[in-house]
Design a binder for this molecule. Structure first.
Ligand SMILES: [Zn+2]
Ligand SMILES: [Zn+2]
Ligand SMILES: [Zn+2]
Length: 494
């Protein structure tokens, strides 16, 4: 699909600015940007190499042992899945669990009893194997133990059991009047409210709250201090939650760019005043927009509707109409976002062409965001107690564990774009993997060496389940737009 048939008038009116935003940055600028990221992350064992032909790649600048930490990458933007918000209360900036074990349990059971169910998102994309493993912090046997005990008690449905806990009991768990045994060993940061007054976002600290407010949330907040139109923003969010929450991530990216642009403009204005220079022009304004856009310009991207994998239930003869539908869905979302936060000086960001490329960048690069639940750790801790302490503690904890059922261990789930991790190339025999260790309790991406890596060797990860047969791997990788020629594929190629 080309942009001449686009339903978005901005695609035509602003075509030259859009082309400048979507152009590939110069080799030097790509190198400098990532060198700086590596310096900021203090992961000196890595080096980014850029080649016009083969693109970006991450290389070992030292030797790594098997299991050694290679990189902790901070996300550029991230969002918890809407469907996961009933299950876990986490900081909207760093994705740590917040409040207390009691609050986590009480809130979830209370919301469930109000009829808000958490429909699990089963459509895991790439990396889910690695990240799910990292999330499960106990062996299957232990899980079976807990589940057997749970079944022994004869409860068949977690919903039924919820009703045996009174609303009052759940409320006192939430407000801290009722505490469970040994939860002091599982202390969590306090719940800090959104400074804009919305009920949607919560934080672990004032630092996280302020930083999210300044970099992204002030435009997207639906509270009374929002910098945009809260009523229009509610409509945008409802549409995204009802269709695809990747739109929320795209909105965060656009908000990030607008707020960065306004900061640069303010600095420029002060600089001009100080040095008696001429004020800003259209050209200088666009240069500032390009600068604000820089972190996104670095990501590999295609239009979302061109790169999204054709679902199995769509007949290949209907591919064109499927892709047109996806484009129209994105356009509807974009119109709602425009109603809420349009900024004329940043108009190209509101073109369908740019919106489609931002979402496509997420589609091609995102990593599942997974943070293990302290509630899970807590119940396992109690389960591992010796008798009779275990039985004594379980008098208090058992009713809650029964009510939670097999959902007691649900982790925080979302999706995130990581600027350095996304530069790592694929191999079906990867040298590294995304894996959360016990101590990794926030949303950062953690990349570990899965075998020894020598100095100068490329650090690769697998975008798919690398244990699949050759044909299936190639089919899945085709959605990423390449044919894999890794050593494993070269060997297995028929
Ligand atoms: Zn935080
Ligand atoms: Zn807010
Ligand atoms: Zn391969």
């Amino acid at each position: 699909m080309d942009s001449s048939s686009s339903p978005c008038p901005l695609d035509r009116e602003l075509s030259s600015q859009i082309a400048a935003l979507l152009a590939s940055p110069s080799s030097q600028s790509i190198q400098d940007f990532h060198d700086e990221l590596i310096r900021l992350r203090e992961c000196h064992g890595l080096k980014l190499k850029y080649d016009k032909e083969v693109g970006k790649g991450v290389y070992a600048n030292k030797e790594f042992k098997e299991g050694e930490l290679i990189l902790k990458d901070q996300m550029l933007v991230a969002a918890q899945h809407s469907s996961n918000k009933v299950d876990c209360l986490v900081c909207s900036k760093c994705f740590r669990f917040i409040g207390s074990i009691e609050l986590q349990i009480g809130r979830k059971l209370y919301l469930q009893s109000c009829g808000l169910s958490s429909k699990r998102d089963c459509t895991y994309k790439a990396f889910s194997c690695a990240s799910e493993e990292g999330c499960a912090e106990f062996s299957e046997d232990e899980e079976n133990d807990i589940m057997e005990n749970y079944n022994d008690l004869g409860s068949s449905s977690s919903n039924l059991k919820t009703h045996t806990l009174s609303e009052e009991m759940l409320k006192s768990l939430i407000n801290g009047d009722l505490s469970l045994p040994y939860t002091k060993n599982f202390g969590l940061p306090p719940v800090i409210k959104c400074p804009g007054g919305c009920e949607e976002e919560h934080y672990c600290s004032k630092l996280c709250a302020d930083s999210d407010w300044e970099s992204v949330h002030s435009l997207l907040c639906t509270g009374q201090s929002s910098a945009s139109s809260p009523a229009a923003m509610v409509k945008f969010l409802e549409h995204a939650n009802g269709t695809n929450d990747i739109f929320i991530l795209a909105a965060k990216m656009i908000s990030f760019t607008i707020l960065k642009y306004r900061k640069l403009k303010q600095l420029h204005f002060e600089d001009c005043k100080l040095h008696n220079k001429l004020g800003e022009t259209d050209d200088s304004r666009f240069l500032m927009l390009l600068e604000a856009w820089k972190p996104i310009s670095m990501g590999f991207k295609k239009r979302w509707w061109d790169c999204i994998a054709l679902p199995d239930d769509v007949d290949p003869c209907n591919e064109a109409s499927f892709r047109a539908q996806i484009r129209d869905l994105a356009f509807t979302s974009l119109q709602l976002l425009k109603d809420a936060i349009f900024d004329n000086e940043c108009a190209p960001l509101f073109s369908l062409e740019v919106y489609g490329h931002i979402i496509g960048m997420f589609e091609l690069n995102n990593l599942d965001l997974v943070v293990a639940s302290p509630v899970e750790d807590y119940f396992i801790y109690i389960d591992e107690f010796p008798s009779p302490e275990k039985e004594e503690a379980e008098i208090h904890t058992r009713p809650f564990l029964d009510s939670l059922g097999d959902e007691y261990s649900v982790c925080c789930q979302g999706t995130a774009f990581f600027p350095l991790q996304s530069c790592m190339n694929h191999s079906c025999a990867p040298s590294a993997k995304a894996f959360k260790r016990d101590e990794d309790r926030d949303g950062q991406a953690v990349i570990l060496a899965c075998r020894p890596i020598s100095l100068g060797e490329e650090v690769t990860i697998s975008y798919i389940d690398e244990d699949l047969p050759y044909e299936e791997r190639q089919a899945q990788l085709a959605d990423y737009g390449f044919k894999c020629r890794c050593p494993k594929c070269s060997e297995e190629e028929p």
